[in-house]
Design a protein around this ligand. Structure first.
Ligand code: SF4
Length: 247
């Protein structure tokens, strides 16, 4: 079932109420990735692209046992890394990226992970989302990462109409106090994983009663199905859920 996003943003007051409910619902939200150091977190986040955190957590213990730091990973044989991380998907690109990122850490930062955006984004395989996760989770910096769950839930809640992750980041960070940015990322991710799932949002057990997508979801559930089996959001036309364009 593809659910179209609301066409209007909610008011600032409603947005604040929605976010306050999520904060109360997920007061101890933290990353689901297992890590013991900024280096391990950086590698885990790169591996988590298009892959579940659970799968990454099954992979990284062996990877980090063999390559415990940037210096060892920088010297790794790519074929060995590919074998270890194969189940994470896109394993050739990811293997190249984590080795090159480790080489960047060794060459530019003495093997340590830098805490600032510019240095992080200069590393191989590190875009704005990965930099935001590392800055906020490893270093407690004010940063708001937008992944596929955050993008979807922010739209469904009417917090944004933006077509790109960067646009969503800009909209949501205007609604949340700066010191809460890193927590808000986890509220939205957890809500997306546990309740507001992509194909089937569980509105019936969702505490965000003022969500503007509630009637949209109800309409989509009542709508006739197209030949492809997808519910047409307006009961007539093609499904209209938007996917993020790259920033
Ligand atoms: S009411 Fe439904 S669409 Fe809105 S946030 Fe909750 S689960 Fe998602």
């Amino acid at each position: 079932m593809t659910i179209p996003f609301p066409r209007k943003k909610v008011s600032r007051a409603v947005a604040a109420e929605e976010l306050a409910i999520l904060e109360r619902t997920y007061p101890h939200a933290v990353t689901a990735l297992d890590y013991d150091s900024p280096f391990e977190l950086l590698v885990a986040v790169i591996l988590s692209a298009q892959c579940t955190d659970a799968r990454v957590n099954l992979t990284t213990p062996y990877l980090f046992a063999r390559y415990p730091d940037a210096a060892s990973l920088a010297r790794a044989d790519q074929a060995d890394i590919e074998t270890i991380i194969k189940s994470c998907g896109f394993f050739r690109t990811k293997a190249k990226n984590i080795i090159n990122a480790a080489r960047g850490l060794v060459a530019e930062h003495g093997g340590a992970v830098p805490p600032d955006r510019e240095s992080l984004e200069a590393l191989s395989g590190v875009g704005r989302k990965t930099a935001n996760v590392v800055m906020s989770v490893a270093f407690g910096e004010a940063a708001f990462a937008v992944d596929t769950h955050v993008f979807r839930v922010a739209h469904r809640l009417g917090l944004t109409l933006a077509a790109t992750p960067r646009g969503v980041e800009d909209d949501v960070t205007k609604l949340v106090p700066r010191e809460q940015w890193r927590h808000a990322h986890h509220w939205l991710i957890l809500h997306g994983r546990e309740v507001c799932k992509a194909p089937t949002p569980a509105c019936e057990r969702c505490p965000v009663t003022m969500c503007p997508s509630r009637p949209i979801v109800a309409r989509a559930r009542r709508a006739p199905k197209s030949a492809s089996g997808r519910v047409r959001p307006d009961g007539r036309g093609a499904a209209a859920g938007r996917r993020p364009r790259s920033s």
